[in-house]
Design a protein around this ligand. Structure first.
Ligand SMILES: Cc1ncc(COP(=O)(O)O)c(C=O)c1O
Length: 397
């Protein structure tokens, strides 16, 4: 067989997908598996979104569509951005096949071999793989549980070198559920004002902020960053549409142009039916979104009540998204039924094998002291799964 490209060398299939596959296999074989492993919102889009999709099928022409996105989608997204306090023109927008596709295209357009990309760590695992695929180097800025997994301005300043080309900033965070305060964002923004680097702001969980807290953005605290900042959005989490595959970018015009060129030479256009559905999602009623947010907040409380009750586990209190990221390192070196828990991967394996709960080892996100619990699942599963976790940890010695 001929060889593969060198740039694929370090890229492995997502650990999250591997664990989910193993859990699915176990489930298929009749086991009572509970999955806390994958970040899929457990609700469906609202009726008006399906109606828009049906209408698009009825009016379908079957042809290629604009590679930047339909006018309807772009205008709907601009409308939503405006409500969120951002002012963008159609020439500054580009749609893609999900935020993942937007992020990959941004990495492809902006990074060269040898460039450095700052990843506040823990990070969403694909950021690192995408960076590696371009030949650039991921620079982990480790922000452990003691600092609530958030990067400080000092850490950011000292991570920036002449080779730094990009920061990928995700708030609220997958995998930690952390949400930065206005003051924390402003402090980071003040550092970024002094450096000429791309800021990729992955805001896809911005509507999932709990406890009446507000979502704050670098472009609100530091508007002068606009010429080097890219807003990445998606319909996946907010509107319960991960399989519909629509991601959006709002950025300086030159960036949107490059992304449009990428689309033109790769995917061409987002399918018309999903563009129509996404347009309806962005411009339509958001009541169902806030209802789901409140639902996640309630689920967060179920998870945290159990975690806070387990000796040795430290879990910074999640204020958004649908993840908890407990630091379980106090259990490394301990035994469960005579077997030693050596690290996060071993722990996740043992939990799956002994309790049939699937979760993701923190190393997949650059933080091996922790594990990720995705609590976007029915209450019944959540309660049962958390009890199994509690029983597991309490049996460790
Ligand atoms: C932080 C973050 N960014 C981007 C994505 C990808 O989103 P999409 O489904 O729009 O590709 C995910 C999905 O899990 C995510 O958690």
């Amino acid at each position: 067989m001929p060889s593969f490209a060198k740039k694929m060398g370090d890229v492995s299939p997502s650990v999250i997908v591997q664990i989910s596959n193993k859990a699915r296999e176990l489930k298929k074989s009749g086991k009572d598996v509970i999955s806390f492993s994958i970040g899929i919102p457990n609700f469906l889009p609202a009726k008006h979104i399906y109606e828009a999709a049906h209408a698009a099928i009825d009016n379908d022409t079957g042809t290629y569509l604009p590679c930047r996105g339909s006018d309807e989608l772009i205008n709907a997204f601009i409308k939503r951005l405006k409500l969120d306090g951002f002012d963008y023109q159609p020439s500054e927008i580009c749609a893609s096949i999900g935020a993942k596709n937007s992020l990959f295209n941004l990495a492809f357009c902006m990074l060269d071999e040898g460039d450095e990309v700052i990843l506040p760590t823990p990070f969403w695992s694909s950021y690192e793989d995408m960076t590696n695929m371009t030949g650039a180097k991921a620079v982990h800025v480790r922000c452990g549980s003691k600092q609530n997994y958030k990067m400080t301005a000092e850490q950011l300043e000292s991570a920036i070198t002449p080779k730094t080309k990009m920061l990928i900033f995700n708030n609220p965070s997958n995998p930690t559920g952390m949400v930065y305060t206005k003051e924390e964002i402003k402090a980071l923004g003040d550092v970024l004002e002094r450096h000429d680097i791309w800021i990729i702001s992955d805001d896809i969980y911005d509507k999932m902020v709990f406890d009446g807290h507000k979502f704050h953005h670098l472009l609100h605290t530091n508007p002068s960053l606009r010429s080097k900042t890219v807003i990445v959005q998606s319909v996946s989490k907010t509107y319960g549409m991960p399989g519909w595959r629509v991601g959006m970018v709002a950025a300086p015009e030159e960036v949107a142009k490059k992304l449009t060129t990428m689309n033109a030479n790769s995917t061409m256009n987002v399918p018309g039916v999903t563009m129509a559905a996404a347009a309806a999602a962005f411009s339509g009623d958001h009541d169902f979104v806030f209802k789901e947010r409140d639902n996640f907040q309630r689920k967060r409380d179920i998870v945290m009540a159990v975690l806070n009750d387990i000796d040795g586990i430290v879990c910074p209190f999640p204020r958004g998204a649908f993840y908890a990221f407990p630091d379980v390192s106090a259990y490394y070196g301990k035994k469960y039924k005579g077997e030693v828990i050596t690290d996060d991967v071993k722990l996740a394996e043992m939990i799956l094998d002994h309790t049939l709960v699937a979760l993701v080892p923190g190393g997949a996100f650059g933080e091996p002291n922790s594990i990720r619990i995705s609590y976007a699942c029915p209450d019944e599963d959540l309660i049962k799964g958390m009890q199994r976790l509690k029983d597991f940890f309490e049996a460790c010695e």
